[in-house]
Design a protein. Structure first.
Length: 173
């Protein structure tokens, strides 16, 4: 069934794999959930709190507008109790408030997304450096993202250590 040529190729392909096995046994590996490690840092928690505080007045303004819009819609639902002119005025007022609310919502979302992206980008770069330094200190050959790993022993997880090392290297200001 197999010719000598096929067996020769099988041998050629198998020998390097077998030769690598002892090297794999000595490989020091760890896993880290880098997104979770980053989310637990004091810097990210502070940035989130700062964003919420910074944009709270605008969120309150949007909530007020939404309440006004609800009131207008409730008045419009009375229908026949309003004159045609009153209905037209309320409809126009409701449309203006709806546009204003939509504009405020879109502007707020764009600003928050931009600021959040800036913080995450900067912090992610820092986290990668912290993980690399941690790996060097521990003499690791390979650090794998936990989310791409099917299984890893819990003692191989560096996530909490990465968060602590990040907080030490980059304290929240």
């Amino acid at each position: 069934m197999f010719g000598s040529h096929s067996l020769r190729w099988l041998f050629v392909l198998t020998v390097p794999i077998l030769a690598a096995c002892p090297a794999l046994a000595q490989l020091k590996v760890a896993v880290v959930a880098s997104q979770a490690a980053l989310a637990d840092t004091a810097e990210i928690k502070k940035a989130q709190a700062d964003l919420e505080a910074k944009y709270k007045p605008r969120q309150d303004q949007m909530a007020k507008l939404s309440k006004e819009l609800e009131t207008i819609n409730n008045q419009l639902s009375l229908g026949d109790k309003l004159t045609a002119q009153a209905q037209a005025d309320l409809t126009l007022q409701g449309q203006r408030k709806q546009r204003e609310l939509q504009r405020l919502t879109e502007d707020l979302q764009a600003e928050v997304d931009r600021e959040r992206t800036d913080v995450i980008t900067r912090s992610s770069e820092r986290m990668q450096k912290v993980i690399a330094k941690l790996a060097q200190e521990k003499g690791l050959d390979l650090v794998v993202e936990a989310g791409t790993t099917l299984y890893a022993k819990p003692e191989l997880d560096l996530t909490k250590e990465a968060t602590a090392a990040y907080d030490k290297a980059h304290p929240a200001k």
